[in-house]
Design a protein around this ligand. Structure first.
Ligand code: SF4
Length: 235
């Protein structure tokens, strides 16, 4: 079945443009298959990023027909009829065509202290037991693959460079519920500042697009509940 893809093109020194390609698609052809086909047979200069090809790494995240998706898990037949528009993620610096610079993702994680800092006297192999309340709270929020789709979908990320964004706040929540972490004080200084929890508008676009089915919106609500307790001197 011939299908038309309209692909965003840009490289340094050029004007951005949309380029149309026709591909011959079968029932299981994905957006990634189509892009690989275009690169191999039509235009080797087309740049896009992918690695695992099987919906694990998230590196093929892009915006297809106006919505963040992973190209390797998006079949062409699942998209509405007509030309399919493929563009890079929003809110990241563009490197070339469909490839963005993911450095701001890491920077936002760092800014909110989204890494485990064990207490100096912590046991080296401390485990959080399966079935514990702590574990059941953290488990639904830990499978983030760092794809950046939630940042692309979040209007506040585009509006405020200091806002940590959904992935970092989701990670901050898991650390706040992790009894092994000892960096809470510094993290809460950021979370309670003007540009973090106070900035989320709860629109839920992050949760809608997360390919792992995570709900950063819920993590943010839980952090806000914890923040309220802190501000009232209860936690
Ligand atoms: S929270 Fe979901 S959408 Fe956001 S980076 Fe992690 S996996 Fe991707």
């Amino acid at each position: 079945m011939p299908t038309s893809l309209s692909v965003f093109r840009w490289s340094r020194g050029e004007r951005e443009r949309w380029q149309a390609f026709d591909v011959d698609a079968g029932p299981d052809t994905t957006v990634l298959d189509a892009l690989v086909e275009i690169q191999r047979r039509r235009d080797p200069s087309l740049a896009f990023r992918y690695a695992c090809r099987v919906g694990m790494c998230g590196s093929c995240a892009m915006v297809v027909n106006g919505r963040e998706r992973w190209a390797c898990r998006t079949r062409l037949v699942s998209l509405r009829a007509g030309a399919i528009r493929v563009r890079p993620l929003y809110h990241f610096p563009l490197l070339r065509d469909l490839v963005v610079d993911m450095a701001p993702f890491t920077a936002r994680m760092r800014a909110v202290g989204a890494a485990l800092v064990p207490a100096p006297d912590a046991e080296p192999y401390a485990r959080i037991p399966a079935g514990s309340t702590e574990r059941s709270e953290i488990d639904p929020a830990i499978e983030c693959i760092g794809c950046g789709m939630c940042l692309s979908a979040c209007t506040m990320v585009g509006h405020n460079a200091r806002f940590p964004g959904p992935a970092a706040l989701n990670r901050a929540f898991t650390l706040e519920r992790d009894s092994r972490d000892a960096a809470g004080e510094a993290r809460w200084r950021v979370l309670l500042g003007d540009d973090a929890l106070a900035r989320c508008h709860g629109q839920g676009a992050c949760t809608e697009v997360c390919p792992m089915g995570l709900a950063p919106t819920t993590s943010i609500v839980r952090l806000r509940q914890m923040a309220t307790r802190k501000l009232l001197g209860l936690g």
